[in-house]
Design a protein. Structure first.
Lengths: 328, 318, 318
């Protein structure tokens, strides 16, 4: 299912992205916020790769850089070995055929003035595909595979007539209609109820089965990532802290931050279990953020000298499992 | 005697399309010092229930029938004046997205002081400020952040400030509607921990409303599962969790991915919740229920008692 | 989350049979829109009034056909040479020259619509295009266009037209329309630009970019339909201001002397000293001007509700 012949379908090499915030509300000079700090990763064909982090971690930024909604400040991105960092014109349009995105907010990612048919068929119009009959057929197929049945019922409706779950499925139909090779799902279920999220997850799994699409699943939920993903990467304040096979990262996490995330998850039935890893400090340390490990100011198991001065890099710590920590 | 007893409460809204039966015939009781969690998905009526308990329904909201007995007295029979004396002082509420309730152009300390003075709790500004200081210690905000503006606070800190405001009067009952929805996992865990410790320390009763059954199960002693305006399962949290009886509860639990235990296939619930303007007769869940029987469509379900502390609203439980 | 959804509620779509689903979506939308519009009282009153005025405008061709003395401008009753009150031959009486007031009123309705709608339409087209381009392009183009708008906006329309009239003599009605349009677009463009700026950030615009849409496509397919409701709304207000400007110009004596408009009628009443002597002549045009502006305003308010689904009176919480 996953073709790992060391030729990744997507590769990020040393990607960095910064935002400069202009003067703050009360004055003060503009600061540079590092959204992504020298990120490198490889995603292989047919896999569902999870990028997990909290808000502000940079996970959404990474997704946006890949679909070229924004430009990286440094580094390169490769699709099937070809560099895509500086594409323009027709080549860019061809790229759009291969890489698509499912957005987080189903209440905002559909144009409220366009019918469902118009929204889902738009990619077909843009890429001058087929005639009217063929377009209608493709739209119906896309709606069916996104779980909206009977598809005819939905063609002429408008977004405000649909529930959140239905809207998100329309967004999936739109993303998948061009049969892209690589799809980024940016927190596709964070605005939806659990029972509907489950449906969305299963649709993504089905698409991977049937079409062989590779997915980058961005989420704040380790549980969802565990369910869906073959491999998981954990990102903290713009830095990748751990990457590995899904089960390994969840069952045997090595980085203190991953461990803190797992500790913080609601126990779901296992109420008497004591906190397992306990790697989080109660109060944050006062430190210089520029040097040393990004997690230093909250890490209980950090060593004051080394961790505050040197920045750890991702190093192997098991079967395709790497951690950015000196003491993992 | 229970602190709060709700009997056969029904609430509706007058909308352009008709009368919406948002909450139908809900009964439950809450002991002093305990916490009760309401779980349900969008549209199930849990938020409506929360604001109805404070009698803060919008103008088109109507309490159809029932009683809300707080400390033995029916809140529905109280005048507006009397309710004003109860709100914030005895019953406090943390609304959804409460962090946005902070006025961005005033300092946080000033806002809480103003709330305290407006409710006649203290009579001088100095007293009120001291109270705010104590509250901030209570919820874990460093004292040197008191004079900041809301935008300088992180999401978690804003939520803590809101909790401090709600605690200002040391209420006996706190209603928290999705207090942690917009927060990150780690902060959420900390806030939930804080709410729990406040509850233990001050013996506050809490009604916790959420769509996330895993959070509710962490914080509450008792759980009520709501679907389409009705309470479908109700009882001690350990029992409800380990042996869910109502098909909806079972389906809800099996649609959550977990990090521990076996990895099972998530089963979504097919279909959509019913239209509450014309609610179906019979069981409201039957169209989506995997174990629906023939009579479920026409006959209303009955309450089935599995144990004295665990009941489910279903005709087919054996 | 707190979003209230009334189950899988579908509007009048359910009543549409299968065949009509194959028709253009805009027809279905029109039907839906009408259903909503119908429920708005202001809208119904406004629309009724406008229909009456429209009928008046259409009927303006009839009186001269009955008898040439009913010509609004040139028709003179051979038996009457001064202003007389309502009678059988002249339902509203005659003006100082013996011309029928009712036919003048009907002709005025025609002019009002022509002037109002054309001027408004032109200013909206210009203003929307400029606003969208400025908002979407940003940076230099935006600054340039907005400075231009500022310069034009500060010039008082009425004064400019008066000066032009003084310089070039009496102006043709279409020249007046053009000038009104050219001076009124900045207001529209500011609002449309603001709308565009906020729309630019919305995820559905980003989704279009990710799908590969060109800038032109995004502006005309995505931004325009979302700003059109606002543009239409502004159009109704512009109509009112255009009508009033034309009336003011005519009243002050700078209108097109070969056109009979309500403002012109008022000028004649005033100039011939009949203001307090002939209420049957003074009141009708004044009332018509007020009513037509009021009815366009009401139309605008009701259309606002139709065009923006979120403004409809949907109530309830989760």
């Amino acid at each position: 299912m996953v073709e790992n012949n060391n030729k990744p379908i997507l590769q990020l090499k040393d990607i960095s992205k910064t935002y400069s915030s202009k003067t703050s509300f009360l004055g003060g000079c503009g600061k540079e916020i590092v959204a992504l700090n020298h990120i490198s990763l490889k995603i292989f064909k047919g896999e569902i790769f999870g990028l997990v982090g909290e808000s502000g971690s940079g996970k959404t930024t990474a997704g946006r850089l890949i679909v070229k909604l924004e430009k990286p400040a440094a580094g390169k991105i490769f699709l099937n070995g070809n560099e895509i960092t500086g594409l323009t014109g027709k080549v860019l349009k061809d790229f759009r055929l291969k890489v698509q995105m499912i957005f987080q907010d189903p209440y905002q990612s559909l144009n409220p003035q366009l019918s469902i048919y118009d929204t889902v068929s738009e990619p077909l119009h843009i890429h001058n595909i087929e005639n009217v009959q063929a377009r209608k057929y493709l739209v119906i197929q896309a709606l069916k595979s996104a779980g909206l049945t009977p598809p005819d019922d939905f063609l002429h409706r408008y977004p405000h007539q649909l529930s959140g779950g239905q809207r998100q499925r329309v967004a999936i139909a739109r993303a998948m209609i061009l049969k892209p090779k690589f799809v980024i799902a940016d927190e596709p279920t964070s605005m939806l109820d659990a029972s509907i999220s489950a449906h969305i997850f299963n649709i993504l799994l089905e698409m991977r089965e049937k079409l062989g699409t590779t997915f980058l699943f961005i989420s704040h939920s380790l549980a969802a990532a565990r369910y869906l993903c073959d491999r998981i990467a954990v990102i903290y304040r713009g830095n990748l802290v751990e990457i590995g096979p899904g089960d390994a990262v969840i069952q045997k996490p090595k980085h203190p931050y991953t461990q803190a995330l797992l500790d913080a998850l609601p126990k779901f039935g296992h109420w008497d279990e004591v906190r397992r890893y306990d790697t989080l400090l109660k109060a944050e340390r006062d430190t210089y953020q520029d040097e040393g490990c990004p997690f230093f100011d909250r890490c209980k198991v950090a060593h004051k000298e080394k961790c505050s001065r040197e920045r750890p890099h991702l190093t192997a710590a098991g079967d395709s499992h790497s951690v950015a920590c000196f003491y993992a | 005697m229970a602190l709060l007893e709700v009997e056969n409460l029904s609430i509706g809204y007058h909308s352009q399309k008709g009368y919406l039966h948002a909450v139908e015939d809900i009964s439950f009781s809450l002991e002093a010092g305990k916490s009760f969690g309401f779980v349900g998905e969008s549209g199930c009526g849990k938020t409506t229930l929360g604001i109805a308990l404070m009698r803060l329904l919008p103008p088109n909201g109507v309490i159809g029938e029932g009683r809300i007995l707080f400390e033995g007295k029916d809140l529905l029979k109280k005048s507006d004046e009397e309710m004003r004396g109860i709100r914030w002082k005895k019953i406090a509420m943390i609304f959804q997205a409460a962090m946005n309730a902070l006025n961005p152009v005033h300092r946080v300390e000033d806002q809480i002081v103003e709330a305290i003075l407006a409710h006649d709790l203290m009579h001088s500004k100095e007293e009120a400020m001291k109270q705010v200081e104590d509250l901030f210690v209570l919820v874990g905000i460093p004292k040197d952040r008191m004079r900041d503006y809301p935008h300088q606070y992180s999401g978690g800190m804003k939520q803590r400030a809101i909790i401090a405001m709600a605690m200002a009067c040391r209420p006996t009952l706190m209603i928290a509607d999705e207090p942690t929805t917009a927060l990150d996992v780690i902060v959420q865990d900390q806030i939930l921990g804080e709410i729990k410790s406040l509850q233990e320390k001050y013996k506050i009763s809490i009604i916790f409303i959420s769509h996330d059954i895993s959070i509710v199960s962490d914080v509450c002693d008792n759980i009520g599962v709501m679907y389409a305006g009705q309470l479908v399962e109700y009882g001690d949290k350990v029992e409800v969790f380990s042996s869910p009886a109502h098909p909806y509860t079972k389906a809800l639990l099996s649609s959550y991915p977990t990090v521990t235990g076996e990895k099972y296939k998530l089963e979504p619930i097919a279909g959509e919740p019913p239209n509450l303007i014309n609610p179906p007769s019979g069981c409201r869940f039957c169209h989506r229920c995997p174990s629906a029987g023939v009579s479920c469509k026409t006959e209303s379900p009955v309450w089935f008692e599995l144990t004295p502390t665990h009941r489910a609203f279903c005709s087919y439980i054996r | 989350m707190g979003r209230f959804e009334i189950g899988s509620y579908e509007m009048s779509m359910e009543k549409l049979n299968k065949k009509s689903l194959n028709r253009m979506p805009w027809m279905a939308r029109f039907r839906d829109g009408w259903a909503i519009y119908r429920q708005n009282l202001l809208g119904k009153i406004g629309l009724t009034l406008l229909v009456i005025f429209a009928l008046m405008a259409l009927c303006s061709f009839i009186p001269p056909l009955i008898d040439p003395m009913y010509q609004p401008m040139t028709g003179v009753d051979p038996n009457i040479a001064k202003s007389t009150g309502p009678s059988f031959r002249h339902w509203l009486g005659t003006d100082f020259m013996g011309r029928d007031i009712l036919s003048q009123l009907l002709a005025g309705a025609r002019v009002a619509f022509m002037v109002g709608v054309s001027a408004a339409f032109m200013s909206i087209v210009i203003g929307t295009a400029i606003g969208m381009i400025a908002g979407y392009m940003g940076k230099f183009v935006d600054t340039l266009l907005m400075r231009l708008a500022d310069m034009i906006m500060v010039m008082p329309t009425l004064l400019v037209v008066l000066i032009l009239a003084a310089l070039f003599g009496q102006l043709n009605i279409w020249t007046i329309v053009l000038i009104i349009a050219l001076f009124r677009w900045p207001g529209v463009s500011r609002v449309i630009r603001a709308q565009t700026l906020s729309l630019k950030q919305r995820p559905f615009i980003e989704a279009a970019k990710v799908a590969g849409a060109s800038h032109m496509r995004i502006i005309f397919r995505h931004i325009m339909p979302n700003v059109l409701p606002l543009a239409f709304l502004y159009m109704t207000f512009r109509v009112t201001s255009a009508i009033i400007i034309e009336a003011a110009l005519a009243f002050l004596g700078f209108g097109d002397p070969s056109t009979v408009s309500w403002g012109m009628m008022l000028q004649w009443v005033w100039k011939t000293g009949h203001m307090f002597k002939a209420p049957y002549w003074l009141l009708p045009p004044g009332i018509c001007i007020s009513l037509i502006t009021l009815s366009f305003y009401m139309l605008g308010r009701a259309m606002d509700e139709v065009l923006d689904p979120r403004l409809r009176k949907e109530t309830g919480t989760g």
